[in-house]
Design a protein around this ligand. Structure first.
Ligand code: SF4
Length: 92
């Protein structure tokens, strides 16, 4: 059960320009971590989720070039750290 603390406090995160985002929903379909990317962008925030693996699929899928990697200091999210459930191997 990995907790991605490093992702939360990373200086490099995906950021977006809300004025370019047409809220087409492409992010929701492609993000392997099911992160609500458009909610962050519409709120003027970078992707603060500790579940982001920085795969940049959301950056690449955006037809409006609304997303990019950004450098900044935002102290992480006010959301509690989450633990992603992973499959456990059967006991032998
Ligand atoms: S970089 Fe990858 S994991 Fe992070 S929000 Fe974009 S698609 Fe999801």
């Amino acid at each position: 059960m990995p907790i991605r603390i490093g992702a939360r406090f990373s200086l490099i995160k995906v950021g977006g320009k809300a004025e370019l985002c047409s809220n087409c929903g492409a992010y929701a379909k492609i993000c392997p971590m099911d992160i609500p990317v458009s909610q962050y962008i519409q709120n003027g925030q970078r992707i603060l989720s500790d579940q982001c693996i920085m795969c940049q699929q959301c950056v690449n899928v955006c037809a409006k070039n609304a997303l990019s990697l950004t450098l900044g200091l935002d102290g992480g999210s006010s959301l509690p750290l989450t633990v992603r459930k992973t499959e456990t191997p059967p006991a032998s």
